[in-house]
Design a protein around this ligand. Structure first.
Ligand code: WTA
Length: 647
């Protein structure tokens, strides 16, 4: 944390919300935002009580917040249920026939599910789980493609108080083992496979492999999606449709304590194995509900499309929970965005008349590269608002998105948040604020961010520093699952008494935040967080590898790519055969997204005299930059000369 953080981006353009958007927006001017924001900080009890009262509670809370740093209890003493609030509440209000999901499989198959149908499916599956012995407090791993059963399974867990742990379908069997073991999951919900780029991505075989090392799992429930042949272990494995046939759709939602664990989601940090970020019930519900409503300016007739996978937090907060708590109609898509043709998503925007579209900068850059012809072929005039999340967006991609997808008509919201924050923290509100391409904007309600130096002192406007949060917020993580010390150390100790986000940022004269990226050893590949340590330990677990150092380098589409520097055991020599073996090995240990783009074989890695790998140097080598800065602590200068010459 000693390197100076310098901001190099200077972007002066501003885009005001169109008058027509403003006129019907939930929050249509900056003064209204300002007043609500002020209230959220100065009268938090009243502010959050009002928001929470828009939702159903079986028992009202005694206190809005009990805070014993770093442990928060929001809506203490209250009982509620997210599944009830996302389903029953709407059906009881007469909205049972409203579409919850327009779903499309990659091959083109379609399903439409109303809120009443979702409630029946969720109730049925909740009863299936109960019949398999899953009860309140148990952990359930979910390893599914983007099919409605993913949302159904999550909401069924939430209904009975089982804690779900969704594992992204692109992760390997080994990654699944790590997550199942850490959470001590009792059941796994999976599918025979899913469709991706015209091929079947097998899932059940990975579960079978994983379960050889997961003694806690008693039940596996498999959705038939592709019809591929799968092995079914008698006693342990069941088909979803077989179990559902005999289950009643009636399953009253369990009143759960506001702090009951809702889910664990694993995310990469700078050290060790992925962390199990724990979210609980009441505060997460209120935070995702409110942010969805205001950031996406949701109205009853909107058709909302968040393109994230449920394997990531965006799919949790802005597909399953936030939009459903708001009773929104959504689009869900299973497959690759460019299958069978580069205009797949745009044809779907047109078909379902999507009004709000939320995606990642990496996708926007990829679409931009594919060219304007694909979106231009379709009528995108139903869109009224665009959003991005996951990594800093370059102004060029931002303006392309606004012009080509948004027809120069739609505001663009750049939303900064994290798995840990549970909900959007920094953004512009689309009807209230000017947007500046490349800036995430202003704090959302109840969020008190600051930019500080290593000692926690505020830095001057426009100076770079560490992004921190000065107070707890409802949807914050409660701990790292099973490891309160790690929670305290990672998030609340780096800089005393504030939440340390791990990002560098600056704040401009208008108070807008500009995120510069991670300041720890985390790379952001296509919006997915990967710890360089994780990739290093995967590499080192290969018999040919002695030592490995992994760094990020800028990548035009993915934001960052992965470059590995590897030294080999004994007299092994590096060649392309070994390179591809190592890439496959990393895919097996973690998943394909973690495969290094480039592997450099080196005789030695540059280290300081105290033996620390000099990542700053490696980052420069990886990006092809001139080596600059201080190399006086380098132990052996010739190592660097060899590296820069190495291929
Ligand atoms: C980065 C994704 C710039 C950031 C919701 C953060 C962003 C990490 C933005 C969290 C944004 C996310 N602008 N950077 N709008 N949104 N990030 O946990 O580095 O997968 O710390 O959550 O992504 O990634 P995570």
């Amino acid at each position: 944390m000693s390197e100076r953080i310098e901001s190099v981006l200077h972007e002066e353009r501003r885009f005001s919300p169109p008058a027509s958007f403003r006129a019907s927006a939930r929050i249509g001017d900056a003064a209204t935002y300002q007043e609500l924001y002020r209230r959220s900080l100065e009268e938090p009890d009243a502010f959050w009580s009002e928001v929470a009262s828009e939702l159903h509670w079986f028992r009202r809370w005694d206190a809005v917040l009990e805070w014993e740093e770093p442990f928060a209890r929001w809506f203490a003493g209250g009982t509620t249920n997210l599944s009830y609030n996302a389903l029953d509440r709407h059906v009881e209000a007469g909205l049972g026939n409203k579409v919850a999901f327009f779903w499309e499989g990659e091959p083109g198959d379609r399903r439409v599910l109303t809120y009443a149908e979702m409630l029946r499916e969720v109730g049925t599956f909740a009863n299936v789980l109960k019949a398999r012995g899953v009860t309140k407090g148990d952990r359930v791993a979910i390893y599914l493609p983007m099919i409605p059963e993913a949302a159904i399974a999550m909401l069924a867990c939430a209904r009975i108080g089982a804690t779900h742990s969704v594992v992204f379908g692109g992760f390997s069997a080994q990654a699944l083992v790590d997550r199942i073991v850490d959470a001590d999951a009792k059941a796994v919900i999976t599918a025979d496979g899913g469709y991706r780029r015209g091929k079947v991505l097998p899932l059940k075989p990975a579960v079978d492999e994983a379960l050889q090392r997961c003694p806690s799992v008693e039940t596996v429930i498999t959705v038939r999606r592709t019809g591929s042949d799968v092995n079914m272990e008698p006693g342990r494995d069941h088909w979803w449709h077989d179990l559902a046939k005999h289950a009643s759709p009636d399953c009253p939602a369990e009143p759960l304590d506001a702090e009951h664990p809702l889910y664990i989601l694993y995310t990469s940090g700078s050290t060790g194995k992925p962390k199990g970020v724990l979210h609980t019930t009441g505060g997460y519900m209120v935070g995702t509900y409110l942010s969805t409503k205001h950031v996406f300016d949701l109205k009853p007739n909107d058709v909302f499309w968040c393109t994230a996978d449920v394997g990531w937090v965006t799919g949790h907060s802005y597909i399953v929970y936030g939009p459903m708590l708001n009773g929104a109609t959504q689009i869900m898509y299973e497959g690759a965005p460019t299958h069978p043709a580069p205009d797949r998503l745009w044809s779907m925007v047109d078909r379902y008349k999507a009004t709000v579209f939320y995606t990642a900068p990496t996708a926007i850059r990829a679409f931009m590269k594919l060219g304007d012809a694909h979106p231009s072929r379709h009528d995108l005039t139903s869109l009224r608002l665009l959003g991005t999340v996951g990594e800093p967006i370059n102004p060029e991609a931002w303006t392309w998105y606004r012009r080509v997808i948004g027809g120069d008509r739609c505001p663009v919201v750049d939303t900064w948040w994290q798995t840990e924050t549970g909900a959007i923290m920094l953004t512009t509100l689309p009807g209230a604020h000017d947007a500046k391409p490349g800036s995430a904007g202003l704090p959302f309600f109840g969020v008190e961010p600051a930019i500080v130096d290593v000692d926690g002192n505020d830095v001057a406007r426009d100076d770079g520093g560490y992004l921190v949060m000065k107070r707890p917020w409802p949807s914050m993580l409660r701990t790292v699952y099973g490891d309160d010390d790690r929670y305290r150390n990672q998030y609340w100790s780096e800089i005393p008494h504030v939440y340390f986000a791990g990002d560098g940022a600056r704040r401009d004269a208008d108070g807008y935040f500009w995120i510069m990226g991670r300041v720890d050893d985390v790379v952001n590949v296509s919006g997915h967080r990967l710890g360089t340590m994780e990739v290093e330990s995967a590499l080192v677990s290969h018999e040919a590898v002695a030592e490995a150092a992994v760094v990020g380098r800028p990548d035009e589409i993915k934001g960052q790519g992965i470059v590995a520097f590897v030294t080999l055991e004994g007299d092994r020599t590096g060649d392309d055969g070994l390179r591809s073996a190592l890439r496959d090995h990393v895919a097996k240990e973690i998943g394909s997204i973690a495969k290094p783009d480039v592997i450099h074989f080196a005789e030695a890695l540059p280290k300081t005299r105290s033996g620390k790998i000099m990542r700053r140097l490696l980052r420069s080598v990886a990006s092809g930059e001139e080596l600059s800065g201080d190399v006086s602590t380098l132990e052996d200068r010739s190592v660097v000369e060899k590296l820069t010459g190495a291929g």
